[in-house]
Design a protein around this ligand. Structure first.
Ligand SMILES: [Zn+2]
Ligand SMILES: [Zn+2]
Length: 268
């Protein structure tokens, strides 16, 4: 699996984008920046989108992507509650009702597909399982396993206490929320996000349960606090003696080098 990060922040500006990344150019995870960061040609390759929860920073470019891609069907997967939030954006008033044959297009160009937590679905050759995490709106993370056996877990937005998640997943690469620096730990706890110190606690529980550390990539940073977060993430990496990368817009990685047994290849 090749991963391209389009947006890695929780706030949008000229230089920062909302969370989205794309696997193998065709499977999008979150829709914070699918139109702002992809060319029209690249957008047409996106046929499947996984959405973790209904907060606006994760769904904002669903209508704009739909508007640009009326020639084919785009399938969006999430829990029923999140799909209901998405329907509110493409309701025939704010944006055309792309899910309906009654829209001006005369056909549906978006299909909203409900997923049930813990039930693995095959989506274009990827085995995908939604796992509930600790964040409002019944947020889920996704374990994604490629046909070749590369394993990734994306936490989506989450707070601490992920023991039950670790019992369910076995990723080689973990893409995980780190929104705040340590001095805002109480805000992170209140808002159900992580800071580097909390990440370290979660990784220690991961190791205790799974017997190994995954390679870690952090995402969903507050842009104004980015330097502080990156320094504290580096401290966690050196304390645990593992690789932790802070993701950034435009970053492309191929951690498995197309071979799952080579997942130790460094992430740059
Ligand atoms: Zn959220
Ligand atoms: Zn968010």
């Amino acid at each position: 699996m090749r991963i391209k990060f389009l947006g890695t922040h929780n706030a949008e500006s000229r230089s920062t984008r909302l969370v989205s990344f794309v696997i193998d150019e065709q499977l999008a995870i979150e829709a914070g920046s699918l139109t702002s960061e992809l060319t029209f040609a690249e957008q047409t390759k996106i046929k499947w989108i996984l959405i973790s929860h209904g907060h606006y920073d994760h769904i904002t470019t669903i209508p704009t992507l739909a508007f640009n891609n009326i020639k084919h069907l785009t399938r969006i997967y999430s829990t029923p509650g999140t799909l209901e939030v998405i329907s509110g954006l493409i309701d025939g008033v704010v944006y055309p009702e792309f899910t309906s044959e009654d829209s001006y297009l005369g056909k549906a160009t978006i299909e909203l597909i409900p997923i049930e937590p813990y039930v693995t679905q095959l989506i274009n050759g990827y085995e995908i399982t939604a796992i509930p995490v600790n964040h409002p709106l019944h947020a889920v993370g996704f374990e994604i396993v490629s046909a070749e056996g590369s394993r990734l877990f994306y936490s989506g937005d989450t707070g601490c206490g992920l023991n039950k998640v670790w019992e369910r997943v076995s990723p080689q690469i973990l893409i995980i929320d780190v929104t705040f620096p340590n001095r805002f730990r109480n805000i992170a706890e209140d808002a159900d996000h992580l800071c580097p110190e909390m990440l370290m606690e979660e990784l220690i529980s991961f190791k205790r349960i799974k017997g190994y550390f995954p390679k870690v990539i952090t995402i969903h940073m507050s842009p104004q606090l980015e330097e502080e977060i990156a320094e504290e993430v580096a401290e966690v990496a050196s304390k645990l003696e593992i690789s932790i990368t802070v993701s950034h817009e435009g970053q492309e990685i191929n951690p498995w080098n197309n071979d799952p047994s080579k997942y130790n290849a460094s992430i740059e």
